[in-house]
Structure formats: C-alpha cells, structure tokens
Design a protein around this ligand. Sequence first.
Ligand code: ADP
Ligand code: MG
Length: 342
Amino acid sequence: MDTALVSVEGLTKVYEGAGLFGRRRWSVQAVSDVSFTIRRGETFALVGESGCGKSSIARLVLRLMEPTAGRICFAGEPLAAMNRTQLKAQRRRMQIVFQDPMASLNPRKTIGHILGQPLAVHRGGRPAHYLDEIHQALDLVGLRPPEQFIRRLPHEFSGGQRQRIAIARALMLRPELIVADEPVSALDVSIRAQILALMKRLQGELGLTYLFITHDLGVVRSIAHRVAVMYLGKIVEIGDVASIFVAPRHPYTAALLSASPIPDPQVSWRHRRIVLKGDVPSPANPPSGCRFHPRCPAAMPLCGTVAPPTREVAPGHLVACHLNDAAMAANAACFRSERTQR
Ligand SMILES: Nc1ncnc2c1ncn2[C@@H]1O[C@H](COP(=O)(O)OP(=O)(O)O)[C@@H](O)[C@H]1O
Ligand SMILES: [Mg+2]
C-alpha cells in the first residue's frame, strides 16, 4: 500500500491584486515550488517565521484555494481532478484545527450544535439527531461528563477546553488527516502540553495523520516525527526531527535552533545564539538566488545569484543550500559541540 497520504509537488501560490482604480498591480509569492510528502500515521510539521507561507500551504492542501502551479495528491488522487461531489467526499477525510478556537467556534451555538453540525451537513437531519456521536467525541477529547458541555456556549469555557471542543469537532467525521494551524500557539504553556498530549493520544487511538503548523521548535520537538523548515515561501530543509535537531544542515535551521531554548534532558544548553542580520524580507520582493542569502552567516557570492537545488544529504534528509557536504557537516558538528559543551 502507498504510505503517502498527502504528496505535494512543485506547489506555488502567488497572491495578486490591484490597488485602487486598478492601478499598481501587486503580487506576493507566498509559496514557491514546495514539495513534500506526508506519510500515513505520522506528524509532519511545517515550521518557520510568521509570513513564510505556512497557512497558505494549509489552505492549499485542504483545497480551500487553488494553487498557481504544482499538484497535490490525497491518498493517491490529484485534488485538481476532482469534481464537486468528489471534493465533498474528500473533504470529510481532512479537517482543520485553527489557532484561535474563539474565532473558529460559532459563539451563538451550543457545543452540542457545533459538534452535531458536520454530521448534519454530511448525513442530513439536524445536529441534535447525533447525540450519541457528540457524547463520544466529548469523551474522546477528555471533556467529561459530556452532559455538562452540550448545552453551553463556547465563551463559557477556558481556552484549553475550547481547543478540545475544536478538536472534537474536527473528529466528528472521522477524518484521516488533521491540518492543525498553530493549534497551541495561543495557549499557556501548561495547557499547551496538555493539548499536545491529547493530540498524540488521539493519533495513537485513531490512526490520524497530522500536518502540524507552528513557529515554535519546542512544539515540533514534542509532537512531530518529521519536519520541513520554511523560509520565505521555500522549504530549506526536511528530515526526521531526531536528526534535524541533533545535526541541522541548513544555516537557517541552525540559527532557528540556536535561538530556541528547547528543554532536553540529554543536552545542556550553552545557548549561544546565531544572530541573523536584518529582518525577514518581504515575499513581495524576495531576494535573488537563495532567498536566505542576505541574512546568512555562511553566504558565498554564488548564493546571491543562483537558487540552490535541493539535495539529499542523508537518507530522507533534504537540504536546499549551496554549501558543500563538508561545510554543512562542519556546521552540524559545530552546532552539536556548542550544544553539549558547558
Ligand atoms: N489572501 C492573501 N492575499 C494577499 N497576501 C496574502 C494572503 N494570505 C497571505 N498573504 C501573504 O502571503 C505570505 C504568507 O502568508 P501565510 O501563508 O499566512 O504565512 P504564515 O502562515 O507562515 O504566517 C505573507 O506575506 C502574507 O502577507
Ligand atoms: Mg499562519
């Protein structure tokens, strides 16, 4: 059986528009020639600074908007080839959880209604007909006893409880893929750990596949199996979390890791930050060559003119960088010694 649930090839999204009176056309290349696959049952994380194109990829994978170029297959089927009926059937198999449950849950509807709604839409009838399923879902996400929840409104709950409700809603149609776009970024640290633990448990019990979007490497470390690091619409590095956290190859990944105090009992942190020059440039006018070159501590003249190809530096570990293997390995080694020295 094919182990890829989602495969994305050459995905590109350009937002375009015109200013007032049709003048000054603008365009933003939010996602630029991105390729990756998500295996069944894994948590695949997309990580990168705000504005690098993560949410755009989420919307493209769910086909909430059309790509400018590239293709996306879900369970082996190209999304672009599907008609409305097929798409509706397919949508049931993929659901989304957003950062802010207060904004994504209808404030005027009861929890029972919110959870019954997806079933009513897909199977007919009214939300209240699905009381058994609603109870089961609340129980599954640890909101017990369910009777205490169904008649109340979203604002009566804490942020963590609301995110549990949003997760329960995403599970109502028994999806295979959950796209979680910064699902814990708005939560306090202690609650964040509980929601991550819940998502891990649900993955084990239901065999879910996650596309997990976050700007926080600590979160990646605690939940993801594989990670793609994005910079200005491009993936700069992809690999197993275990190997990327120990030996990042791309200078951007190394800089991100050095700036993020990840609690790890195995490693004592010296926490010497690699400080990046300047700000993230605008995707409306991305730098030539490697998009990271103006801020890269290891940039060479070539980097300003030629976009780096993506190479496989170890099995399943892909990097888009002009540095040769020796330079990248040195990067990794130096990073490792920095992390372990004290
Ligand atoms: N609907 C839109 N119209 C125009 N530009 C957009 C739109 N959505 C996102 N962008 C721009 O595309 C880039 C990527 O945005 P986004 O995918 O939301 O990134 P992230 O989720 O990583 O913060 C940003 O520069 C953002 O301003
Ligand atoms: Mg986003």
